[in-house]
Design a protein around this ligand. Structure first.
Ligand code: ZN
Length: 309
């Protein structure tokens, strides 16, 4: 009896030491870097750019992943739990993770990068439901605001490196301003009457507002909503009547819906081509130009212009 109690006591001491160690290895002190966990890749990109050498960033949602439907795994929860800071989009983009962010915000810095954009800038949902369109990264100016938010939060957390964060943010924002200008110039080169962007789901509303292109989506703002045969026939008729040359598929949305529209138009004697694949809610593969925010936006702009011009 005595012996087994001893064993238990020794085991418990050991367990405490192990727990203590693993706790320490995840803290800033040991690696010297701030551990940041983000949701979509576009946010990871900002943190990498602004944080530079001072951060170690994990992005939960990889290439081709749909954030609207994304459920956090046990592994993800661990990555959030071990982070010093968490950045997410907000506006219910990560619709199935809202409770998790609320829990995490009680114990660590948990920030929605959309938080400093004035509410008047947000688009409402077309179907009249409450809340706002979350796809803010498609107005590059909003993504500049998100970059400022990340910079300010990093400075708040780690004021020692204030100057580095300011310098990195300034350099990145300069590139974003160029990207904004490029997008505006390119899109305005498409003739007004065919300047229509047709996609599977309504991710491009901010893009349309910012760069003056009409946007039509088949599936509504969240991929969680279903599309019906009425949506397909309405969109088909629009394409036929307005002689729209091309529609676009999205990397994170199944292609079935948009193919049905193309087939329908063909039956009515109007040839619509698939203008290419756009990155909407997820970026391209890591290591490719489209795996970065700037490359992703450029890819979309060039694809749209080539197909519609
Ligand atoms: Zn979306």
């Amino acid at each position: 009896m005595f012996k087994s109690k001893m064993v238990l006591a020794v085991f418990m001491v050991f367990a405490i030491i192990v727990a203590g160690c693993s706790n320490q290895s995840s803290s800033k002190k040991e690696t010297g870097k701030i551990k940041v966990t983000t949701t979509i890749g576009m946010i990871k990109d900002i943190v990498d750019e602004v944080g530079g050498n001072h951060v170690e960033t994990i992005g939960l949602m990889k290439s081709g992943v749909d954030p609207h439907l994304y459920k956090a795994s046990q592994g993800d929860i661990r990555k959030l739990d071990q982070a010093d800071m968490i950045f997410y989009n907000g506006l219910h983009l990560e619709g199935k993770m809202v409770d998790i962010f609320e829990q995490m915000s009680k114990k660590k810095v948990t920030v929605a990068v959309s938080k400093d954009i004035p509410e008047s800038e947000f688009r409402s949902w077309d179907d009249g439901t409450e809340g706002h369109d979350p796809h803010i990264w498609f107005n590059v100016k909003h993504w500049i605001s998100a970059t400022n938010t990340v910079r300010d939060e990093l400075i708040k957390f780690d004021s020692k490196h204030k100057e580095d964060y300011e310098k990195n943010a300034e350099q990145y924002i300069k590139k974003l301003e160029e990207l904004d200008k490029y997008t505006e110039e390119q899109i305005s080169s498409i003739p007004k009457e065919t300047r229509v962007l047709v996609t599977a789901h309504d991710a491009f509303g901010y893009f349309g507002d910012a760069y003056n292109i009409k946007v039509m989506g088949l599936q509504g703002i969240s991929t969680a909503s279903e599309y019906g045969s009425k949506d397909v026939s309405e969109l088909r008729d629009y394409l036929v009547n307005n002689k729209i040359k091309a529609v676009f598929v999205e990397s994170s949305v199944p292609k079935k819906a948009i193919n049905a529209v193309v087939e329908g138009a063909k039956k009515k004697g109007h040839e619509v081509k698939i203008g290419g694949e756009l990155f909407s809610d997820a970026m391209g593969e890591e290591g490719t130009p489209e795996g970065k925010y700037i490359g992703m936006v450029k890819h979309n702009v060039d694809t749209i212009v080539n197909a519609l011009k």
